[in-house]
Structures are given as C-alpha cells and as structure tokens.
Design a protein around this ligand. Sequence first.
Ligand code: FAD
Length: 474
Amino acid sequence: MTLTQDLREALGDENVLEEPVELHLFSKDASLMRGEPSVVVFPANANETAAVVRIAERHRVPIVARGAGTGLAAGASPTQGGIVVVTTRIKDIEIDVENRTAWVGAGVINLDLSVAAKPHGLYFAPDPSSQSACTIGGNVANNSGGPHCLSEGSTTSHVLGMEAVLTGGEVVVLGGAAPDPIGLDLKGALVGSEGTLGIVTRALVRLLPIEPDVRTLLMDFATVEDAARTVSDVIAAGVVPAALELMDQEMVRAVDNWLGAGLPIDAAAVLLAEVVGETEGVVAQSELISDIGRQNHATGVQVAADDDERALLWLGRKSAFGAIAQLAPDYYLHDAVVPRTRLVEVMTGIYGIAEKYGLTMCNVFHAGDGNLHPLIAFDSSDPEMNRLVHEAGDEIVALCLKAGGALSGEHGIGIEKRDLMRASFSELDLDAQARLKEVFDPAGVFNPTKVLPEGSRCFDFGGVRRELPDGVWV
Ligand SMILES: Cc1cc2nc3c(=O)[nH]c(=O)nc-3n(C[C@H](O)[C@H](O)[C@H](O)COP(=O)(O)OP(=O)(O)OC[C@H]3O[C@@H](n4cnc5c(N)ncnc54)[C@H](O)[C@@H]3O)c2cc1C
C-alpha cells in the first residue's frame, strides 16, 4: 500500500489531507521558512499517533509534529517533506484539583487550560504571548516562556510527566506526579526537544493557585537605557515581579495605533510590571518598583485601576507582533537572552545595527529575564532586503553571544538558529546531543534536520573522528 493508503486505513479518510491547497496550509509555521508536506494527518490519541509513527518508519519518511504552527524557528515547517502530524484533535483536559495538576492533551490551546482551571482557583503559569493559539504540545516541545515566566519559570518547571510516542510507535509515560521520580529524567530530555525525539501526546502539568491580589504598572521613560536600567535595579533590589516587559517607542506606537489604549506614544520606552500575592506585599512591591522607576527618570508611572485596564495593557503587550502588520508585510524576530546586567549596552548595540543597515526595528521583550526580541519589519519579497535583514540578524546574535548570552530564550532552534549552534556548543556537546537523538530516533524520522547542524555526530564510539564527502563529519 502507498503511504497515504496506509494512513487512511489507520486514521480514516477524514483525518488525512493530501490536496495541494490543503498541504500548502501546513507548509510553514510563523517563521519565514517553508516546506511542502507529502501528507497531513490528525490523530485523535496516542494509539493513532503510534500507528502514524510505525507507518512513517516503514515508508522511511519524516514526521513533523505540529500544534498550532505559531513557532518562530521553523520547527514545524516540513522542510524535508513527509508527514505533518497535527495534534489539535488531542484535546482532553483532566484536572486533579486536590493535587493541583492536570493531564492535558497535546493539542489543547494554552489559554484554554487556564480557562478550564479558573473555576478551581488554579491556572497554568507559562503564558506565551501566543497563548490564545499555541498548544500545550508546542509549549512542551519548545520549552516555551512568556511574560509571567519571570517568577514562575518556563514550561519545563511546570511539566511533571508526559505520555509520548517514541520510535517503533511505542507509547510511554515519562515522569509522573511523584516529586523527584527515580531513574534518568527522560521527560527532561523531551521537554525542549522540538519534536526531534518523539511526539508528546499528553502532558501532566502543575497548576498554580490564582494569587489573591495583583497590581499592574506602566512606567514610561525618555530613554530605552533608563527603562533597561530600571529592570536590573528592580531585580537587584530583591523583587522578582510576576512580569517585567519592555516595549520601545516604535512598538508602542504600532500597538497604540491599532488598539487605541492611550499608551504613552511619546516615550522612548515603556515598562509593564506586574506583582502578585497578598495585598500588603503587592502594595509594598509596586511602590518599590515605582520608586526605582522614578530614580531612573521615569516620566510617568500609572497603576491599572481595575481588571479591564489591566486586561487592556496585556492585550497591547500580547498583540504587539500582530500590530507590526501596519508597518510592513513581514517581520523577522530574534530571540536571544543576555544577562540582565548587560541589557543596556546590548540594546544600544542592537539599535546601532538597525541604523547601520537602515532597517525598521521594534523591540518588545521579557526584559526581566534578559530575553530580547528585536523585531525587524520588512518586505520579504525584496531579495536585497532579505539579505540585509539576515545579515543584521547574524550581527545581533553575535552581539548577544559576546555579551554572555544564549542563542534562544524561548522560541527554540528549529532551522532558524540551527547553523548557529556551533557558536554556542563545542563539537563534543553537539556530538552528545546527536547521540541522544540516535538513541531515541534510530530510524531518523522525527523532525530531521532540525536543531542539530549537519555533521553534529563528529566522533564514533571509539572516539575517532571520520570525515564523509562534502565536509560532513560523523
Ligand atoms: C505572536 C506570537 C507570540 C509569541 N510569543 C511567545 C512567547 O511569549 N513565548 C514563547 O516562548 N514563544 C512565543 N511564541 C512562539 C510560539 O508561540 C511558541 O513556541 C509555542 O509554544 C509554539 O506552540 P505551537 O502549538 O504553535 O507549536 P508549533 O509551532 O506547531 O510547533 C513548535 C515545535 O514543537 C514541535 N511540536 C509541536 N507539537 C508537538 C508535540 N505534540 N510533540 C512533539 N513536538 C511537538 C514542532 O515539531 C515544532 O518543532 C510566539 C509566537 C507568536 C506567533
């Protein structure tokens, strides 16, 4: 039987797409890189996913897991063709109120989990700005962060266990509700593995109690440096707010033009800070943050008066990338992390790079954890512009790495940053990661060519390095 005949028999005709126009819809994620899938399938559970994996291994075709396709590193782009496995039918949520945990289907939308947990006074802390679309499976695979991960940690801190489909279609449960389970932390290997080791079908996640009180502050500054310095000073003062986000003027103007929220469009930068907890602590912390802002020459400090005002501020922040459509048809978004104490100099350097290349750049980022998102607005149909944007991007990454930063804060490596991995990892590091990949995926079907650069497997088991044609080392 052909590949699609096998898949139709396993999943039913209605869960297999192969018309060119349908395939095209699944040809890319939210990055700019595209591939063409051979076929797109929608399994309903782990057993159906296992059947797909066995079929893929039998036909020796790649499998690309896909949640909502909001990834920004081309992780879900089927650049080698093959089967795109969309998890959106796996969307059961089982909440265990007593233990404050939930088993969640990989295809559940992030925000839907917190909405389901709210009546129990609980929520799921990782809140990527894409949370109204992205899935739990995508969050786990990318170890996603979000504005409120500053105090609570990114997705990995909230995943206790998972059900996953591995090579041969084996369905396993890794980790579990017990704290510190014995044995190797295989769950830890899958979190952040970007679909290269297997497919997560369900995750056991931690839910947190909704805090009794909250204050959201908006501070505006005449320079980006003052805003960035406020960020380091707040953390140095011993306060870890729930969120600490920075938007520069270009970004504030784009957001306000669309939202009409009355944001301070004349400010060079605004800081959005949120503190949560018991009222007494929340009031004290918001006063301290305001004072630190003023010491750094904040020109305005406002506290959201009520839930509606707070929701409007967060809508502005979380819709920032979308607002860029007013400036240009495309954007190229970087995601690097630098030590918080280097924020001021790195920001200055990034603006210098944009100026040198004559590019329109906006910045909106999780400043509290030093996670930068320089965003270049441009028209990707212009080849010269494409070249400049990518050159500028490489300079930005190099600047961040030189400042002691990391390649990605939360968006993952995918293909986007794959060839830059050598700038962060030694040959031995990459070899160790490639060996792990081989153990999990001996058939080489799970999201091939993603994350690890070609030639990562540089030593054989005896420690001797061999070179294949075309400079590929194994
Ligand atoms: C407007 C916007 C704002 C964003 N804001 C943030 C943010 O604040 N923080 C942040 O961290 N990210 C952010 N992102 C990036 C993106 O939303 C996250 O990486 C998100 O977790 C991806 O989820 P998804 O369901 O869309 O995954 P996809 O894009 O479909 O897939 C992402 C990767 O995960 C793999 N994958 C997906 N599902 C599975 C599975 N079940 N098993 C194994 N592998 C799987 C895919 O193969 C791919 O490599 C943003 C993106 C956009 C467009």
